[in-house]
Each structure stands twice: as C-alpha cells, then as structure tokens.
Design a binder for this molecule. Structure first.
Ligand SMILES: [Zn+2]
Ligand SMILES: [Zn+2]
Length: 134
C-alpha cells in the first residue's frame, strides 16, 4: 500500500514532500510523486526516493539518464531491505529497457539513420549530417 508507505517515508524524510501523481521526483521543489496502488507501486515509490537521495537534478542527456536510472535502482535495493518491499528483477529490467529503447529511437538521425550524440545541453548532433535537431 503506497499510501501507508508514503506516510512512513514522509516521517523518515521530512525534507522531501510526498504527493499523489504520476510517479517521478522533482528536484526543483523537492517533491516525490507517488502513483496509484499497483503491483509495483511500493517499488516505484522507493525508486523515486532513490532519485531524491542521490540528488538527481539533471535529466538532460539520455545517456546520463540511463546512468541515473541505474544509480536510483541501486539505491532502491537498499531501501527495499529497509522498508521490507519486495524487489523484482523483471520489473526493474523492464523499466530500464524503456530507457534503452527510448534512447535508441531518440538518438537516430532522421536524415541518415546514424546514431546521433548529445552535447551537455541535451542538443542532438549527427556526426554525418551535423544537423542540430532536438
Ligand atoms: Zn527513475
Ligand atoms: Zn545524419
């Protein structure tokens, strides 16, 4: 029950705010958004707390994003033990796959199909066409 877990977390981490919404962490307002009850909602909640505890603020570049997701899941593993939430490898891998697929599709150049790269501001560059398409 994510709402019960949220109550416990709100007590343990008074420096973050917990709200019901689409699960994510907002660094800007220090808020952890918690999704509706579901099979993996507790795991998802701890994952968002993982982002918060890692201090993740920059989700600009997708390659970095995948790294941050891994970091947050590592933290989630520790939190799962602490709060007695069941870890699920299949679920976690499928979450990471979403980012892998997304990274793959987003990074392709529409012009020539070559894999593009992102600069630090998140802008895509094609090594062949050098078109700056975001
Ligand atoms: Zn995440
Ligand atoms: Zn190209």
């Amino acid at each position: 029950m994510p709402k019960n877990l949220a109550k416990t977390l709100a007590k343990d981490y008074p420096n973050f705010r917990f709200k019901l919404n689409c699960p994510r962490f907002s660094y800007q307002n220090g808020t952890i958004y918690i999704g509706e009850d579901g099979a993996y909602s507790d795991l998802q909640t701890l994952h968002e707390l993982g982002h918060a505890l890692c201090g993740h603020s920059d989700f600009n570049t997708h390659i970095k994003r995948l790294k941050l997701e891994r970091e947050a899941w590592d933290m989630t593993k520790t939190l799962c033990k602490k709060y007695h939430v069941t870890w699920n490898d299949v679920y976690v891998e499928s979450c990471l796959d979403t980012y892998r697929d997304w990274l793959h599709t987003k990074s392709k150049c529409k012009n020539c199909g070559l894999t593009r790269y992102q600069d630090s501001s998140g802008t895509y560059h094609c090594p062949r066409c050098e078109t700056f398409v975001s």
